[in-house]
Design a protein around this ligand. Structure first.
Ligand SMILES: [Zn+2]
Length: 217
């Protein structure tokens, strides 16, 4: 899946190629007559003198249908929208100012499969990863936290210990310290895991804003 395109706003008539989360073969298309948009209350100030179309804020909902005839999965999608200025051309090639509606998805149910997980992926890792897919659009920071949990579980699967004993007491080992304990045979993975952890930190602490997500790599 082209993950960069997922983050781009879309027009009602042309949206990204959202891969069906059930068959992973078909694409999702907006089902006819299911797309609804309305302006939210704070957007309804059209009588103000200074009003401009860019003030408009929408919410939208729609149903998506998988193009694969063997699947025909239905996915619910909702999100937000706005109006942006664009420049087109009239019949004589003269520039004309146009306004267009753009939408950004916040939720898909069932969630899009943002990354394909190997079949052999242990459930302890797959469950937080799937939760991160659910949160990917609505809360990148919460999605980052789920990926961090998945990394902790991955380290456990790689037999990296989670606790140590200090003066007879069991104590959690920090994620950073655990990564340093990755066995030598998985050494090539160490830098990669460290990079995921770094991006996860940035995402969950908001240090680089909501734009950060582990899928930017
Ligand atoms: Zn499908």
């Amino acid at each position: 899946m082209d993950r960069k395109s997922l983050k781009l706003p879309f027009r009602e008539g042309s949206h990204p190629e959202w891969t069906c989360p059930s068959c992973m073969k078909g694409f999702l298309r907006i089902r006819k007559d299911t797309f609804f948009k309305e302006e939210i209350r704070s957007s309804r100030h059209h009588s103000y003198d200074e009003w401009e179309p860019e003030w408009i804020e929408y919410v939208y909902s729609c149903l998506l249908l998988c193009t694969n005839d063997q699947c025909k999965e239905i996915v619910a999608c909702s999100g937000v929208g706005s109006v942006e200025q664009d420049y087109g051309e009239d019949e004589d090639g003269q520039p004309v100012q146009e306004y267009e509606d753009f939408f950004r998805p916040k939720y898909f149910e069932p969630p899009l499969q943002i990354l394909s997980l190997p079949e052999a992926c242990p459930q302890s890792i797959a469950i937080p990863m799937k939760e991160s897919f659910r949160l990917f659009f609505s809360s990148p920071s919460a999605a980052s936290n789920c990926v961090r949990s998945a990394v902790e579980e991955l380290l456990t699967e790689l037999k990296v210990r989670r606790f140590d004993l200090k003066q007879g007491k069991r104590r959690f080992i920090s994620l950073h310290a655990r990564i340093a304990l990755v066995p030598a045979k998985y050494e090539d993975l160490r830098d990669l895991i460290l990079a995921i952890k770094w991006l996860g930190n940035a995402g969950s602490h908001g240090t680089v804003g909501e734009k950060v997500s582990p899928w930017m790599m």
